[in-house]
Design a protein around this ligand. Sequence first.
Ligand code: GLA
Length: 728
Amino acid sequence: MLRLALVLATVPMFSAALNAQTIRYLEDSHIWVLATTHSSYALGIGPGGLLEHVYWGSPVTRAGDFSPIPAHRDISSFDPSEMLDAEEYPGWGGPRYYEPALKITRADGDRDLVLHYVSQHIDGNDLDIRLKDIRDDIEVTLHYHVYPDTGIIRRSSTILNHTPQIVTLESAQSAVWNLPQGTGYRLSYLSGRWAAETQLNREPIHEGEKVIESREGHTSHNFNPWFAIDDGSASEEHGRVWFGAIAWSGNWRITVEQTPYRQVRVTGGLNNFDFSYPLKPGEAFETPEFYGGFSDHGWGEASRLLHHLELTDIQPHGAKARVRPVLYNSWEATEFNVNEAGQTALAEKAAKLGVELFVMDDGWFGKRNNDHAGLGDWTVNPQKFPNGLAPLIHTVNRLGMDFGLWVEPEMVNPDSDLYRAHPDWVMNFPGRPRSELRNQLVLNLARDDVKQYVFGFLDKLATEYNIRYFKWDMNRTFSEPGWPEMPPAEQQELWVKYVRNLYDIIDRLRAKHPNLDIESCSGGGGRIDLGILKRVDEVWTSDNTEAFDRLRIQEGFSEVYAPKFMSAWVTDVPNMNGRSTPLQYRFLVAMQGALGIGANLNKWTEADSDLATHMIALYKRIRTTVQYGSLYRLLSPRTSDVTANEYVSHDGREGVVFLFRHSQEYQTPAPTVYLEGLEEDAVYRIEPEYGKLSDNGETFSGAYLMHHGIDAILRDDYDSMAVLLHRE
Ligand code: GLA
């Protein structure tokens, strides 16, 4: 079994006082300390019973350091004390004007909600704190789970209506994260659009509110549910960074507020836009989970902590999950024009290169000859596959590869038998237009009959055929999100129930077919988040497979998500933007994640195939290091004309550095690249691949590689190379 460990060398060891338990309640000060070797998080009961934040940062090891939370005084009649309290989960009520964690309306119109501490429960690494409104039986249980390896805390809340009347939730957030009081903070976040996802932004936090969100029904290409905040001076390997990510594949929202009182608070969870969720007497509501962590070694370590968590605790099968196979996908080669002979020819070529998983993309079902028809009709097209899929799958298996299939379960073309039979199955407002995007409408997965249909056809496919992998696509945003069959007050539940049903279908499918792998795709990277990562084995990073563009997309992706999940294909050029990069460069870019080939192999020359065969063999040697190792972003494509990324295996014995020159200007040499994460005194044997270093030596100390650095000979546009490291 693969065992994972972070390089924790620089982390101080924990001393006696708080070491015994991860979570401890200090009775004298009414404070809980959630402590790991990596960070500490403290919260407590303030005067009057408010639950308040106390500390989040590097490990603090002495219990006596924490004293009771002091009372705040009103500064003026415009600046009430409530604005100075750092509440862990503020209701909207009393004189509070910042972003609330919970906002409600009772059936009788009363909207005031003030939450006070009631009780606690500690169980190993879990802490539950129960809050209750000061008058009514409206309860909130805050859940904290601590991951001792990383110090990351998973937070969520359960809202319970114990009153005799309906309580409608108007904003139900997962958590509020408070930072140390101050100004001058800087926010990192990911924005983008289709084919230009996960672009990293860094900007100062000023007074006011910054919102990143999705209103599109799925996670979205436009923003990713992640933030990182540093004190303005962090770098990749230095400085304090607080970070968090929401596990939700629907409408989400993160607000970052700087108040006039030097408070910075991050509030996040379900988007409150068009949100309304009535809770009947006795009903409870669970929010999505919001993970948060702290690093005092810069953005690089913040990413590595998240990657570690994903690889051990988030991905299906956890640390026992298999390495990602090298896949071939037919989409860019054949588009909708798939048939048995064509796919067989591609499969034969792919197998020779060393491909392990052959995926047939769109076009195999119904009347799917283009994107105008067929979505929803999940029966094999008899013209393209007169004998069904079995012969192709048999050939693929005979060639030594697993078989994977593209599906887009949540969608329907109006020109389909499914839509003709069930026009009411799509989300819609009666009598209003149904906006088509890519000629398709969104099935209302919140409906139970739709959910059964989707599970049913996927289960049938996975049962009838030897399918090892579904590429689960989702190719448009929501619009007209109506659910006319429900009472008006409950129609907006669609936003939440859709996602819950999506998760439920995948969970049931995986439980019934334990060997099935799933890729999450949404027109590229429109559904990448920790919620879907609990259920899928990889994600399609972007429809943009152009290698130079990919460097920045992949950089942003790596801020949050481990390279193992980052599907990356080598495709033909020119692609997407007219640029042509060498095949070697395209391979090395894609080898930084889960390698796939999406090119038209029928057009490849013998030299292309030879290079690909060598590259795939090389990838298989390094992929455990790439997929499970620690990633160090050495030079960024945003700020340097050379990009460099280093991966170090979990046991520190192997490493690989990828280097890319973007363009040559004025015959300028490449900059020195300083490696990271090595042992100073260890000796490493260097194995340059597809290029040369200016140093001729074969072995170097870790100290030399990290402090003197390496000088790669990268002279021309799109020069590239890899350097393998082997600890002696
Ligand atoms: C989306 C996906 C592509 C491909 C097409 C098929 O755009 O992102 O990879 O599967 O759909 O229609």
